[in-house]
Write a protein that binds this ligand. Structure first.
Ligand code: HEC
Length: 373
C-alpha cells in the first residue's frame, strides 16, 4: 500500500492524495523513512513522500486557521457552535456536556511542492490563505499512525510544521472589471485540474465570472507567483492590505503577479531539534537565508527592497517619523520583531514582515548583522 491514492481508515474515507502525475512509482525509491523526515526537519505525516516542484502533493483536508480574520478573510465560512454530547447507548443528549466546534478550516486544499513551498487554497473563499516553507502538515492526529491504523485522538485539524511567510489579509483581493469580488457574491468552487506543468489549477465562479488560478513558487525564496485568468477576458486586478505585489503580466482576462512575504512565524517549535540553546553568528547567517531576509537585504552594500546590512550596525539612520539614531542592538531587534515601529527614510512602510522568533534566533540575527562590516 505504498502508492495508494485513497487512504482509508476504519472504513471511513478521510482524505485523498493526488499526485500531479500518475506515475508515482518512479519516485518511490526517493521516499524517505519517517526518521529521515524528522531528522531533516520536514516530518509531516506518517511516511508518505512529500511533493516536489514537479510533483506536487495535493491534499483536501481541515487546516489550521492561523488566526486569519473571521470577519474579512474567512467571511464566507459559517462559525460553528457547541452541540450537546450524545450517548449512543442511552440514546440521550447530555444536559451539561458539549462538543466544541472544530477550530479549523474545512475543505481546504493543502499543497506541498517540496521543502521550499507549501500553501493552502480555500474552496469556500476561493482564495489563497497562507503559504509556508520547511514543512507541511502533520496528519497523525487525524489519520492515526500506520501501526495501529487508529486515530490518536480527536484532532481533526492537522498541525502545521514550518515557517509561514504569507498570510491572507482583508477581503478577497481580486477585482473583476473594477468590482471587488466581495461585492459580486459568494464564490463557488468548481474543482481543480492538473496542468501540463503538473500544478493544480483552481476553477471557480464569482457571480457570472469564471476564473482560474494557478499558484507557484516565485523567482526568489519565499515569494509566490499567482496566475489568474478569466474566461470572458474581464479586467483583473489584485490588491490586498499589507501585501507587496509586483505585476508580471496584465492583459484582458490575464493577471500574473509575484507576492512578497508579509508574515514570519514558525510553527510547531515543540520539536526539540528546533530549539537553539546558544545564539551564534553562524546560526544568524543561516537564518538570514532560511527566513528569507536575503530576498530584501544585501550584504554587499547594494540597495534592495530594504537597506543593505553591510556596515549598518553603528551607523546613523533617519526615519520617516521617528528622530534619527545610531543603529544599536535594540533597534535591530525592534526592526525584526516590529518593523512597523520605525521606517527607514527612502523605504516603504509595511514592506518588511514582522518575525515571531525564538529569543535565541533574534540574538543570532543580531550577532550576524553586527558582523557584516
Ligand atoms: C519583503 C522584504 C523584506 C524582508 C523579507 C525582510 N526585510 Fe528587513 N527591511 C525591509 C525594509 C523595506 C526595511 C526598511 C523599512 C523599515 O524600516 O521598515 C527593512 C528594515 C530592516 C532593518 C533595519 C535596517 C536599517 O538599516 O535601518 C533590519 C535590521 C532588518 N530589516 C532586518 C531583517 C531581517 C533580519 C530579516 C529576516 C528575518 C528581514 N529584515 C526581512 C524589507 C524586508
Amino acid at each position: 500500500m505504498k502508492n495508494n491514492c485513497v487512504i482509508k481508515f476504519s472504513g471511513v474515507l478521510l482524505a485523498f492524495f493526488v499526485y500531479g502525475n500518475a506515475e508515482v512509482q518512479a519516485n518511490v525509491e526517493q521516499s524517505l523513512k519517517v526518521s529521515d523526515y524528522a531528522e531533516k526537519g520536514y516530518l509531516t505525516f506518517d511516511n508518505k513522500p512529500l511533493g516536489s516542484l514537479n510533483r506536487p502533493l495535493v491534499l483536501r483536508t481541515f487546516v489550521p486557521t492561523l488566526e486569519l480574520s473571521k470577519e474579512s478573510v474567512l467571511s464566507n465560512h459559517s462559525s460553528g457552535s457547541t452541540s450537546p454530547k450524545y450517548s449512543p447507548s442511552s440514546g440521550k443528549e447530555s444536559d451539561n456536556k458539549n462538543y466544541q466546534p472544530i477550530d479549523g478550516i474545512p475543505a481546504a486544499i493543502a499543497v506541498n511542492l517540496g521543502k521550499t513551498l507549501s500553501y493552502v487554497w480555500d474552496t469556500t473563499e476561493c482564495r489563497l490563505l497562507y503559504a509556508w516553507t520547511d514543512g507541511f502538515l502533520d496528519m497523525l492526529n487525524y489519520w492515526g499512525d500506520r501501526a495501529s491504523g487508529r486515530r490518536k485522538g480527536f484532532g481533526y485539524v492537522p498541525r502545521l510544521y514550518g515557517f509561514v511567510f504569507y498570510k491572507a489579509v482583508g477581503k478577497h483581493p481580486l477585482k473583476i472589471d473594477g468590482v471587488s469580488v466581495s461585492e459580486l457574491g459568494t464564490p463557488k468552487y468548481n474543482g481543480y485540474s492538473i496542468g501540463e506543468d503538473r500544478l493544480p489549477v483552481y476553477d471557480y465562479r464569482i457571480g457570472k465570472h469564471n476564473l482560474s488560478l494557478k499558484i507557484n513558487s516565485g523567482p526568489s525564496a519565499q515569494t509566490l507567483k499567482l496566475d489568474f485568468s478569466s474566461k470572458d477576458n474581464e479586467k483583473l486586478e489584485f490588491s490586498s492590505p499589507n501585501t507587496q505585489v509586483e505585476i508580471k503580466n496584465k492583459n484582458s482576462g490575464k493577471l500574473s503577479i509575484i507576492i512578497r512575504p508579509n508574515a514570519g512565524e514558525r510553527f510547531s517549535t515543540d520539536e526539540p531539534k528546533e530549539v537553539i540553546k546558544k545564539p551564534s553568528r553562524e546560526i544568524g547567517e543561516r537564518l538570514y537565508t532560511s527566513l528569507g531576509c536575503i530576498a530584501c537585504h544585501s550584504l554587499d552594500g547594494g540597495k534592495n527592497h530594504g537597506p543593505t546590512l553591510k556596515g549598518s550596525y553603528g551607523s546613523k539612520r533617519e526615519f520617516l517619523k521617528a528622530s534619527p539614531m545610531v543603529i544599536d542592538e535594540a533597534y535591530i531587534r525592534e526592526s525584526i520583531e516590529k518593523p512597523m515601529a520605525k521606517t527607514v527614510k527612502g523605504y516603504l512602510t509595511g514592506m518588511m514582515p514582522p518575525y515571531k522568533l525564538q529569543e535565541a534566533e533574534y540574538n543570532s540575527l543580531i550577532l550576524f548583522i553586527k558582523s557584516v562590516r
